[in-house]
Ligand binder design. Structure first.
Ligand code: HEM
Length: 400
C-alpha cells in the first residue's frame, strides 16, 4: 500500500507531475479486512459497504441475467480487494501510468492483478446507445467548481466527502476519524448495453406522431444530441445539446408539472427530478457520476446483435451509499410510485420484467408502449471506499 499510495493523484494538487493521468485507489470491504484494519474500524463503515454489492442484488434489481451468479468473475466473489483506476487523455499516457502502477505492485507479497477493464470515451461524449452523456453534475459548496445547472443550489461537501456536514446536518465519520476523512464511497458497475435491441425497439414502436428520435428522447429526457426536452420538446437542437452553458439550465415543476415535455418516467427525470413534485426531497439523493464506454461500437444503422460485449462502466461517487446510490437505483429507477406511476421502471436502465411498459404523457390521452424489453444488464460491480491521501498512507503502515 505504501507504494500504491505514492502513485495516487491528489485532488488538492491536480497539476503535480502525476496529473497527466489520474490514478485513484479504492478498497472493497474485503480489501480493508485483508489489510488488517481492526474490527472496531471496519464496523464504523456504512452497512451497505460492509455487505458488498453482490449481497445487495435483490434491492438493486440485479436479478435474472443480471444476478451475481451470472457476473463476470471475479466481480462479486469477495476476491476483489483493491481497485486502481487510471484515467488518461490517450492510450500512451494510460499505458505509462499503468506501467508505473504495475511496477509498484508487482513483487509485492499477496498482491495479484486479477481483472482489468479497458474503457474509452466515445466521439462527442456519447454513450453506446448514442446519447451525449456527462452533462448534468451537482455543484459542491466550497469547491469553486460551478455546477452544470445554474438553477440548482450547491450541495454541502458532506454529501460527497466523509468528515464534513451534509444536507441533513450529519457528518459521516469512521473510527478512527482520520480513516474516513476526505474519503468517499465509490460504486462501479459494468453495465452491458443491448444496443441492437434498443435500435430495433425504437424502429418497431415509432409512429407518425412519435418518430424514432422523439421516442428515444422521451425515454431519456434528452435528444441524442444532449438537448433537453425541457427546452426543446418538439425538435432536436444539436447546438443547444453541445452548449454547456445552456444544456442543463432547467427545472421541471413550473413549466412541465405533468411531464408532457419530459416524461416523469424518463431516465433523467427519474434520476434527478429536480424541483418536480415527488414523494421525498431530491437534493438528498444526488450523486457524482461518470460513465465510460467499453467494447466495440455497434456500427451506425446495424440492427442485429453481433454478440460483442459493449456498454458502460458506471461509477458513482458519494458519501452515502444507502440514500444516494441504492435509493436512486431501487426507488427512482426500478419503481414508479414516487411520481405516481406504480410499477413502471426506467425505460433505459431499469430492471424491466416481461410485460412491463413505458408511458408517454400526452393530451388528450397518454401513450402506453407495451412489451418493453430490458436494455441494460449488470455484468458485475463492487462497492468501494476511496480513502483520502493521508488515510491511504496511514493504511500503508498497517501492512508491516
Ligand atoms: C448503461 C446505463 C446508463 C446509461 C446508458 C445512462 C445514460 C445517461 C445519459 C445519456 C444521461 C444524460 C446526460 C447527463 O445528464 O449527463 C444520464 C444522466 C443521468 N444518469 Fe444515467 N445512464 C445509465 C445508468 C445510470 C445509473 C445506473 C444511474 C444511477 C444509479 C444513473 C444516473 C444518472 C443521473 C443521476 C443522471 C443525471 C440526471 C440529471 O441530473 O438530469 N444512470 N444517463
Amino acid at each position: 500500500m505504501q507504494k500504491v499510495a505514492s502513485v495516487a493523484t491528489s485532488a488538492a494538487n491536480p497539476s503535480s507531475a502525476l496529473a497527466d493521468t489520474w490514478v485513484s485507489v479504492a478498497l472493497t470491504f474485503q480489501g480493508l479486512k485483508a489489510l488488517g484494519v481492526p474490527d472496531r474500524s471496519l464496523e464504523s463503515f456504512s452497512w451497505e459497504f460492509r455487505q458488498g454489492m453482490a449481497a445487495r442484488a435483490k434491492e438493486l434489481g440485479d436479478v435474472g441475467d443480471s444476478s451475481p451468479e451470472n457476473w463476470e468473475k471475479p466481480l462479486g466473489t469477495g476476491d476483489v480487494h483493491v481497485v486502481v483506476v487510471a484515467v488518461s487523455i490517450d492510450a500512451q499516457h494510460l499505458e505509462a501510468a499503468l506501467t508505473r502502477a504495475r511496477t509498484t505492485y508487482e513483487g509485492m507479497k499477496g498482491v495479484v492483478a486479477i481483472w482489468r477493464q479497458d474503457c474509452h470515451a466515445l466521439p462527442d461524449e456519447k454513450e453506446p446507445f448514442g446519447f451525449r452523456d456527462g452533462i448534468s453534475h451537482p455543484a459542491i459548496e466550497g469547491s469553486g467548481i460551478p455546477g452544470s445547472n445554474p438553477k440548482e443550489q450547491p450541495l454541502k461537501a458532506g454529501e460527497f466527502v466523509l468528515g464534513y456536514p451534509d444536507e441533513l446536518g450529519g457528518i459521516q465519520k469512521t473510527e478512527p476519524e482520520w480513516l474516513g476523512r476526505n474519503g468517499t464511497y465509490i460504486v462501479f458497475r459494468k453495465l452491458h448495453q443491448r444496443v441492437a435491441d434498443f435500435r430495433k425497439y425504437l424502429k418497431a414502436n415509432a409512429t407518425s406522431d412519435l418518430d424514432e428520435e422523439l421516442l428515444a428522447a422521451k425515454m431519456m429526457g434528452r435528444w441524442r444530441s444532449g438537448a433537453p426536452l425541457a427546452l426543446c420538446p418538439l425538435h432536436d437542437n444539436p447546438e443547444l445539446g453541445a452548449d454547456r452553458r445552456r444544456n442543463n439550465d432547467f427545472l421541471f415543476e413550473q413549466d412541465d408539472p405533468k411531464g408532457l415535455k419530459t416524461p416523469g418516467g424518463s431516465h433523467i427525470r427519474r434520476t434527478n427530478p429536480r424541483d418536480a413534485s415527488i414523494a421525498g426531497v431530491a437534493k438528498i439523493h444526488r450523486m457524482i457520476r461518470r460513465g465510460t464506454a467499453y467494447g466495440p461500437l455497434l456500427p451506425e444503422g446495424v440492427l442485429d446483435d453481433d454478440g460483442a460485449d459493449r456498454g458502460l462502466i458506471f461509477a458513482f461517487v458519494g458519501a452515502n451509499l444507502g440514500r444516494q446510490f441504492e435509493f436512486v437505483q431501487s426507488q427512482w429507477i426500478n419503481d414508479g410510485v414516487f411520481f405516481g406511476a406504480n410499477t413502471d421502471k426506467d425505460p433505459i436502465v431499469g430492471a424491466i420484467q416481461p410485460g412491463e411498459s413505458f408511458t408517454v404523457p400526452r393530451r388528450p390521452v397518454r401513450k402506453r408502449l407495451q412489451g418493453l424489453p430490458r436494455f441494460v444488464v449488470t455484468r458485475g460491480g463492487e462497492y468501494c471506499f476511496m480513502p483520502g491521501i493521508r488515510a491511504l498512507r496511514q493504511l500503508a503502515g498497517l501492512e508491516t
